[in-house]
Design a protein around this ligand. Sequence first.
Ligand SMILES: C=CC1=C(C)c2cc3[nH]c(cc4nc(cc5[nH]c(cc1n2)c(C)c5CCC(=O)O)C(CCC(=O)O)=C4C)c(C)c3C=C
Ligand code: FE2
Length: 455
Amino acid sequence: MSRSPPQMPVSSSDSGTGQLDVAPRPPQSGKVGVLLLNLGGPEKLEDVQPFLYNLFADPDIIRLPSAVRFLQPVLASVIASLRAPKSAEGYEAIGGGSPLRKITDDQAVAIRKALRKKGILDAEVYVAMRYWHPYTEEALKQVVEDGVGKLVILPLYPQFSISTSGSSLRLIEALFKGDPAFESLQHTVIPSWYQRPGYVRAMADLIQEELDQFPDPEEARIFFSAHGVPKSYVIEAGDPYKEEMEECVALIMGELARRGRGNPHTLAYQSRVGPVEWLKPYTDDSIRELGKGGCKSLLAVPISFVSEHIETLEEIDMEYRELAEESGVRHWRRVPALNTDATFIDDLADAVIEALPYVSNFGGRSSATIGSGGAGATTDASVPIGDLEALLGAYDRERRALPAPVGPWEWGFTKSAETWNGRLAMVAIIVILLLEVTTGQSVLYSAIYHMTALD
Ligand SMILES: C=CC1=C(C)c2cc3[nH]c(cc4nc(cc5[nH]c(cc1n2)c(C)c5CCC(=O)O)C(CCC(=O)O)=C4C)c(C)c3C=C
Ligand SMILES: [Fe+2]
């Protein structure tokens, strides 16, 4: 059974310098824990603003230059309050809250059952959300209290991004480093798993089922819509997200081709926020262009996340569907999220079992070496694996840490014009906010509102 630790407000911006206030059971060396990492979502409309605050207070989500990082809580608070009405409208449209907690709990139960069937009888599966309940701090507290001896950390994001799995791992790293309670907890991380055959098969199955519902199954365009990230994450910070996403799409299309499905396909990026450039092409632009180009049948495939959430239920099902129809698309369908799909859950359970031989002490060396190709680097095992240190080392071997949330502030013309525009815009916003705070006048409220209401 998955644990939903008692709810306790924990600020996600407090990245765990404090120690966990628990009396741990001595770890039982054989007891296996699986820590599912996820984003979390507001469960009711009153949660929307504090949830957004937690999200924007994360230096892996809004990357400020270190000189002004102290302003992050103020900025997070302002952006959260400005975005909350639009965001709440979206959550209202899908029933008043995010379904993420329930689905993630169901996934945890299903993984535990699958592990039992495969002979891992004493495994406990924990849900660790980054921005809402049950918070990562609480889940780890439960892990220690339960006396888990071997922990497999499994982000529920198929592809690695600094903004998702990276942010959660950075928080876990801080919690582990600050607390002797974790010294005897052996662990390993499965950083990304988009390349696993079971996942690829499960996605191809869902796509095939939906394709067959079209009046013209061979003509329908398969439209992969991934959650975007700002372009600078990939270009400057070395986020492997785009590369992993492209590989993932190629693997799924390869599987479909083997099944005799030669449909055309597109990969685009949705859900951008703020004034900087995000990964392109943008989903809305692509839909317009495809419609203009005469595409009549479109199958939307959410690809960066394995549960239904606001961006499938509202953004894709409502906004993009309407846009597609306005653009001339006559037949529109959307592939459901994997949620507790049996093939998918079974494969995740296999990933956990394959990871167990690599569980090692924090600070010790993993028995599998991670290559230099980033978080997704493969080892001889069929999952890319490494302990947290090895994973972080893959990004910055010298400091053994994920890349700093903010790159060093560099004067000169070494960065791209876009990056500079983004940073200057951010500095301008901070100056404006300071003006607002000090003068009490809402100088450019509408401009900031426009920024935070994008998409
Ligand atoms: C792989 C998936 C995701 C990536 C990458 C990601 C990056 C990212 N997101 C924001 C801003 C927001 N995200 C919000 C909600 C949200 N995002 C994801 C997934 C990824 N985000 C999920 C699963 C959810 C939760 C959905 C739910 O059902 O509750 C929100 C809040 C919703 C809204 O107002 O649109 C924001 C804001 C940024 C800035 C970013 C990369 C830097
Ligand atoms: Fe997001």
